[in-house]
Design a protein around this ligand. Sequence first.
Ligand SMILES: Nc1nc2c(c(=O)[nH]1)N[C@H]1C(S)=C(S)[C@@H](COP(=O)(O)O)O[C@H]1N2
Ligand SMILES: [Mo]
Length: 204
Amino acid sequence: MGQGFVSRGFRGRRRPDAEVADRIPPGQYLTRDFPVLSAGPTPRTALDRWDFVVRGDVEAPRRWTWDEFRALPSETVTKDIHCVTKWSKIDTVWEGVSVDTLLDGLETSADYLIAHCDGGYTTNLPLEDVTGGKAWVVFGYDGDALEPEHGGPARLLVPHLYFWKSAKWVRGLELVGEDSPGFWESLGYNNYGDPWLEQRYAGD
Ligand SMILES: Nc1nc2c(c(=O)[nH]1)N[C@H]1C(S)=C(S)[C@@H](COP(=O)(O)O)O[C@H]1N2
Ligand SMILES: [Mo]
């Protein structure tokens, strides 16, 4: 095999921008980097003190230790992500537990949830936007453990909404009957955040 084949193969791993243009929402640009956006310091919770809780409007709260959480069925998903600061990143590869798995069989009359994180960050979501194969609690990125800066040990991944909904260092989901704005949502960002409708700010 000649040198030409090898370098061509390397270049071939990068898709030309035109090929993915229809995957980039309005006002966004494609990046190959993975920017870090955190409203505060990176929390570092030891795994033996980490747990994940589903609570709120449920008959009995559910709680998993790290080991229990990692024993849940997990999946690898490849998704495009879109940050409200206008970068989009395509074909990001994550490993985690589907929110469907976490809520499986749970009885609730809640229509919304609030994701709670180490460090105090919150974000609100309609329950229907995290069920039906649309959201995961991920602990792996690109074949490795999710780095602390990107939300490790675990973050929410809700790729069809702007990336601020993908709460880093997530520790629990609170099921609620009434919607209430999370951290960015109460600071003027859109309550829902559909990147294809450019719902960046309140009123968009
Ligand atoms: N806990 C927490 N989660 C968070 C944030 C944050 O500041 N704290 N920032 C949000 C925003 S605005 C974005 S764009 C993404 C950034 O994720 P990244 O740093 O892995 O790129 O995380 C989201 N989740
Ligand atoms: Mo963001």
